[in-house]
Design a protein around this ligand. Sequence first.
Ligand code: SF4
Length: 238
Amino acid sequence: MHLDAQIADLAARYGALDGADLLRAVIHEAFPGRIAVVSSFGAEAALGLAMVAEVDPATPVIFLNTRKHFPETLAYRDALIARLGLTDVRSVEPDPSAIAGADPDGLLWQRNPDACCYLRKVVPLEESLHGFAAWVTGRKRVHGGSRTALPTLEHDGRRVKINPFARWSQSQIDHAWQARDLPEHPMIPFGYTSVGCMPCTREPVPGGGRRSGRWAEFGKTECGIHGQTWDGGSGGGI
Ligand code: SF4
């Protein structure tokens, strides 16, 4: 089925669902064995991962280990995996030979952050999603910017993308988080509200949104994995 028709069909069946209800539907009914969750194990990731674990802890979870993460994020990843009982978390790394060729000094993020994200995130993600028909992200409209009109169901040109929290308010997120007594990311006490790679993450700018500290000095707001149709065009992680 063409992806647009597939989205229309999914919307007719599951368009009213969000959160764990939508996760349960897509993991068990729509894409059994053919769906992966992509997670940064960042500031808000624990809630979506907890719900995935409640639905099926064996759901594949892809973590893009760019080799530029805070050590605290890697420790948080390991602690969450143990706490939630996730059994199929795949830490995906960029190809070392590609890094040696395109980013030998590790400073590509400074010279060309789009190229760095492509090398360390976009390409490894596409390779890791091979064989999957759908993937789940943790993006939300409350993040603002290009996410303010985010649908719960979309596609990237190759696969269905599901955003179970797109329509959730901050109070819904906070309530569900507190109900599960989830641990906060270890960088939160240092003032971070969104946590990505270490060189490209700062505290949020005064008056800015939760993600305003990401690539703050570059005028860049997304890493590229959500603006890529995989054929090189630009179109349409928990
Ligand atoms: S977020 Fe920064 S360090 Fe990480 S892949 Fe993108 S440009 Fe590179």
